[in-house]
Design a protein around this ligand. Sequence first.
Ligand code: 8QM
Length: 399
Amino acid sequence: MNDNAGIPELDFDPYAPDVLTDPYPMHHAVREAGPIVKLKPYPTVVASARHEQVHAVLNDHVNFISGAGVGLSNFNKETPFRPKSLILEADPPLHTQTRAVLSRILSPKAVMQVRTAFAAEADALIDRCVAKGRIDGIHDLAQLYPLKVFPDAVGVGDEGRENLLIYGDLVFNSMGPRNELLAKAAARMGPVTEWIMANCARDRLRPGGFGDQIYQAADAGEITHEQAPLLVRSFLSAGVDTTINGIGNALFALANHPGEYARLHADPSLARPAFEEALRWESTAQTFFRTAARDTTIAGVPVEENSKVLCFLAAANRDPRKWPDPDRYDITRRPSGHVALGSGIHGCVGQAVARLEGELVLGALARRVKAIEVAGPPTRRLNNTLRALDTLPLELIAA
Ligand code: 8QM
């Protein structure tokens, strides 16, 4: 069970279909085996499912770098599947420069300016769903909302937006092994990469939108004009599939906890904390990696240079060492310190937008819908990184 460094070795494959379908038994086993473990199918990986170690790794960007990739693949040994992201797969000093630009464009203050438009869309969409009564929570709600409001804010045209779903599915599958999920996602790509890169060009982006603001930062000399399209690509990679599944998982949580939904309906101002608790309880991005930049330690255990370090974000978010009654979905928990949006210098730069979307959808729902009933078994869309539903049959009972 223990290798010579004293690290427990487990048989789990986090990317096996049955584990992706129900990761919680593996999370429990990995968490309880020790602060860090090895996984037999992936000998160059050390993994942690505990909050303390996951948080420590994410907050030590000197020893645990992102520039060699934040998925399983080590870019020191393997070629990335696309040109590296200038923010996600970068370290200081490059990361510091690009992050400054994106963080200003997506700052809480900047995001306040889209609030009115985002709220009107949420209200209109929930009205349409209530009129239907019986909906698919994913296709009729969770997908439609981010796919409308976020590309609108970036300034992308209406044509072909479904390409963002195909692209997001590939980006997040590419952070796992070269398994069947990745092969299937890659096979669906066709002209999608071309569409994505074409929509990163300045002349395609509405003046004043988030995308155009990146080019304005290039005009101001903060980044180069060559970097600008790749930074727009970050919006298109990270801004849609994440919030779709964040909202989808929140609907799943609320539909399966009618008591919690009743509390939300009684007090719609709980929309934001209810979304936050859903991020903790059913974390959208299940895993991220770092790479050890040198021989180092985690929890006193030696970790060799160039090891990939697997952070089980979703498991850390249910670590009983950190959270009382961690498996309970409680909309008044206020789960500060969860790592669903990461932590440290790479913590989600779009979090103000993500939270706004979640709050507005759940708030509009809370005001118009008295109860949500599960109207059939949900189905999962398996992805190497994302916790995602394919369908979520719901019956909305109007207030
Ligand atoms: C995940 O392309 C990017 O910069 C990028 C892609 C995916 C993410 C973040 C950034 C974390 C949401």
